[in-house]
Design a protein around this ligand. Structure first.
Ligand code: F6P
Length: 551
């Protein structure tokens, strides 16, 4: 299979592309334009600057853009070869050039009967074979047919994993908790800090507890340390019966050899493939805990949602393409306005872990300093993503978004229907969504503040400059299907940005150095005798203080 550089048109360096230069000139012209005027001059703006796909509605009218901005961004996408890059990903080309791998999370949700080739082999039958195996296993656990070693039914499921092997599962469990089997308990252990595991198991009966050891590589320090401690805890509750491991431990991995070495029967291993990146894996077997929680039907509905958004991304014209629009708007603020962060604000309590999930998806993907061919970039790449569910953030950090000195584009996410209707709560929640985006865009002028009878000295403190950009995403309700669409929307927005920046959104070399240094420091912390240290003076000193302090 040819590499990306061979199969797609390689664009001019970003800052030399015609559209980039035009955007720079255009930005100088409109950077001070105020949303108040943009709306006043164009009464249809709020209806026109919208797009809808697969039941997800995007209002992007409250952005600091004009029609010309949108046209130029579209031109930038064309000149950057976005179309051919999308095709290359869906075709299974090895677009992860530094790891020489295809990038095919879209294959995880492709319907049975379709076909995507990797190295001459159709991967879709394998995807569905694993889904069928997960379905069978989930049905057996959920029905009580699968029993623990002492014959007790499994009531607790603990996913042990980190990064993509944790953030997706925990986010999806929280997001779909409404659809979950409430007779079962689900917990997620990720941190190598022992507290995470100890607190997760402290009130559980080992005889009723199933661990899913989720690790693509099955070598990750945190996960393997937690897995071994979980095994000890489980065995201690089973009178040391080694045979019980087969009933209380299953694995999700690409590494069958190490799974077997750990003592897990590979019959109870759920596989995936090197063409699934960790942060793009929540819809692979890594989602086993999700399927156990919400059942196979809901899991498949989620996959269908993913697939609908994939098809939209693959086929829709760029100007109506939700991920393309959102990706390009992100470029606009990041590279032209110099905005350093993006706030993601879900007004849906069940999405409370969505911002944390997005942090890995966006920042591990696009936090890169070189282009695909290794040249240092001369422009800013991935912004910092952060956020909290509304309305909580309003009573915390929104002050800075409204009146601080930094420009922070925000994505508001909301649903028309609540999953837990309770008197006026949902109207109050949604009123806050609309009020916040209105306040951020239009602010409050000194004249308006004065007209309210505010004394002159207080006026500046009560002025809202406005002109703070927002996207609003609206869908009917948080269903498994809509969750799939939402995640795929952000996955493809990340792809769009990476394609424009000409970086590899699918490797993560930046996590390696810290891992390697930690491996070197571990024996220095554990050594019985004083080790000879050869770090810098700060690190040496910290290690010595810790060694003294831990006694
Ligand atoms: O921290 C880097 C990373 O490789 C992530 O990309 C990945 O999601 C995580 O570690 C966990 O890796 P694994 O699933 O192999 O344990």
């Amino acid at each position: 299979m040819a590499s990306l550089i061979e199969t797609v048109q390689v664009p001019e360096p970003l800052t030399r592309r015609k559209a980039w230069k035009k955007l720079q000139t255009h930005h100088r012209r409109i950077q001070d334009a105020h949303l108040r005027d943009l709306f006043a001059d164009d009464p249809q703006r709020g209806e026109r600057m919208t797009a809808e796909a697969a039941g997800i509605f995007l209002d992007y009218s409250k952005n600091r853009i004009t029609d010309e901005t949108v046209n130029l961004l579209m031109q930038l996408a064309e000149e950057s070869g976005l179309r051919s890059r999308i095709d290359a990903m869906f075709r299974g080309d090895k677009i992860n050039v530094t790891e020489k791998r295809a990038v095919l999370h879209v294959a995880l949700r492709a319907p049975r009967g379709t076909s995507i080739m990797v190295d001459g082999q159709d991967v879709i039958p394998d995807v569905h074979a694993v889904l069928d195996k997960m379905t069978d296993f989930s049905n057996r656990v959920r029905s009580g047919e699968w029993k623990g070693a002492t014959g007790k039914r499994i009531r607790n499921v603990i996913n042990v994993g980190i990064g993509g092997s944790d953030l997706g599962p925990v986010m999806a469990y929280e997001a779909l908790r409404h659809y979950s089997d409430r007779a079962m308990t689900f917990r997620f252990v990720s941190n190598v800090d022992g507290t995470d595991l100890v607190e997760a198991v402290r009130d559980l009966d080992p005889a009723e507890t199933l661990f899913i050891i989720s690790s693509k590589t099955f070598t990750t320090l945190e996960t393997m340390t937690n897995a071994h401690s979980a095994r000890k805890w489980s065995l201690a509750g089973m009178n040391g019966d080694e045979g019980s491991v087969a009933k209380h431990f299953v694995a999700v991995s690409t590494n069958a050899a190490d799974v077997a070495k750990f003592g897990i029967d590979t019959a109870n291993m759920f596989g995936f493939w090197d063409w699934v990146g960790g942060r793009y894996s929540m819809d692979s077997a890594i989602g086993l805990s999700t399927m156990l929680a919400v059942g196979p039907e809901n899991f498949r509905a989620m996959l269908d949602g993913f697939h609908q958004m994939d098809e939209h991304f693959r086929t829709a014209p760029f100007e109506q393409n939700l991920p393309v629009l959102m990706g390009l708007l992100s470029i606009w603020y990041n590279d032209f306005f110099g905005a350093q962060t993006v706030a993601v604000l879900p007004y849906e309590q069940y999405l409370k872990r969505f911002p944390a999930y997005l942090q890995q998806l966006t920042m591990e993907s696009n936090g890169k300093h070189v282009t695909l061919d290794g040249a240092e970039v001369t422009y800013a790449t991935g912004p910092v993503y952060w956020g909290e569910p509304g309305t909580n953030g309003q009573h915390s950090f929104y002050q800075l978004i409204h009146q601080g000195t930094r420009l922070i584009p925000c994505d508001f996410i909301a649903f028309n229907q609540p999953l837990n209707p309770l008197e006026r709560h949902h109207d109050l929640l949604l009123a806050n969504v609309f009020a916040q985006t209105e306040a951020l865009a239009f602010g409050k002028t000194p004249e308006q503040v004065k007209a309210e009878g505010t004394p002159d000295w207080l006026v500046p403190h009560r002025v809202f400059a406005g002109n703070r950009p927002t996207n609003t995403l609206l869908a009917d309700r948080l269903t498994p299907e809509n969750l799939g669409k939402l995640v795929a929307l952000y996955e493809h927005s990340v792809f769009t940005q990476g394609a424009i920046w000409n970086i590899n959104s699918f490797d993560q070399w930046g996590v390696e150095l810290g891992k390697a240094l930690a491996q070197r420091i571990v024996p220095e912390l554990e050594s019985e005798t004083e080790p000879a240290l050869s770090h810098d003076s700060s690190t040496n000193n910290l290690i010595r203080r810790y060694r003294k302090g831990k006694e």
